[in-house]
Design a protein around this ligand. Structure first.
Ligand code: CP
Length: 317
């Protein structure tokens, strides 16, 4: 029996800070929201009168649109702050920008920022509920949740599944949120990528996680392979010899797919570099659940907004 009262967070800063039970509450709460998507009117009045500000300091297609749709489907008002045309360009600090949104009575601030810890700073400085939409190399909690939701929807469980996270672990907030969530739900997680892209301290933080540098060994009998994007914007050039070599050693292609289980799920957070970390025939294969991840992301974000709203009082005059 789902007891949403056991979820008592005002902010969502990372899966590191949630218990197994709290993660399960979010996953269960997302299910009825997903059912809404099959109706002609995909809207409920749950957050009527509440407002959600989307404050993105880095580019985004999926996360920003998904949060906006999630908020609108809950009947909240949304506002997009485009950093490139905002007073951030005049030198306004992150805290002052957030305080401005707080002064306008934004109930939620969804923030994506290139600095790890930026959402934590806002949570300490403004009264709005803060949702981390990706901070630097740290966490991308709603991506981790939607990945786990998609795996559970397809496989019926998380416990004891072999889940391979493949690629640039070092710079990946998606990998970190997956690591926290999957290990709390007792999956068998294997990290695979070039040695230069797997931080050594990861073994201390996650002692039960396996590290395997050889792709063929890592994906043997895998139930799930979550392929990370090569993050060219984070200046990876010096960390592996060439894109061609990366693709040869760590790119997922149809031949390699045969090594995993027949019903292996292929996940990718997007945006994809087709032909680099994943070939088109894998991305568009029957094993791929990449588009389902995007659909599920809206339901997960509705669940997160709803659950956080239970622990905030709507701003009153
Ligand atoms: N997965 C993800 O964060 O995608 P966007 O950068 O498009 O939001």
């Amino acid at each position: 029996m789902l007891n949403v009262k056991k979820f008592n967070h005002k902010h969502l800063l990372g899966l590191e800070y949630l218990s197994k039970e709290e993660i399960e509450i979010i996953l269960e709460t997302a299910k009825p929201f997903k059912k809404l998507f099959t109706r002609s009117i995909k809207k409920v009045p749950t957050l009527r009168g509440r407002s959600v500000a989307l404050l993105f300091y880095e580019p985004s297609t999926r996360t920003r649109t998904s949060f906006e749709l999630a908020a609108k489907r809950l009947s909240a008002d949304t506002v997009n702050i485009t950093v490139q045309t905002s007073s951030v360009q005049k030198g306004e600090s992150l805290i002052d920008t957030a305080k401005t949104l707080e002064a306008m009575k934004a109930d939620f601030i969804v923030i994506r920022h290139f600095y790890s810890g930026a959402p934590h700073i806002l949570a300490q400085n403004v009264s709005s509920s803060i949702i981390n939409a990706g901070d630097g190399f740290h966490e991308h909690p709603t991506q981790g949740l939607l990945d786990i939701f998609t795996i559970k929807e397809k496989k019926g469980k998380i416990k004891d599944l072999k889940v391979v996270i493949l690629g640039d672990i070092l710079h990946s907030r998606v990998a970190r949120s997956n690591l926290w969530g999957l290990t709390k739900l007792q999956a068998n997680v294997v990290l695979c990528g070039p040695p230069t892209l797997i931080p050594p301290e990861i073994e201390k933080i996650f002692p039960n996680v396996e590290i395997e540098y050889n792709l063929e060994k890592a994906i043997k009998n895998a139930d799930v392979i979550n392929i990370l994007r090569v993050q060219f914007e984070r200046q990876l050039e010096h960390l592996f010899p060439s894109v061609r070599e990366y693709s040869l050693l760590y790119g997922m292609n149809k031949e390699r797919l045969k090594i995993a289980k027949d019903d292996v799920l292929i996940l990718h957070p997007g945006p994809m570099n087709r032909g680099i970390e994943i070939t088109t025939d894998v991305a568009d294969s029957l094993n791929s659940v990449i588009n389902q991840q995007v659909t599920n992301g809206v339901a997960i974000r509705m669940a997160v907004l709803y659950l956080l709203s239970l622990n905030t009082t709507s701003t009153k005059l």
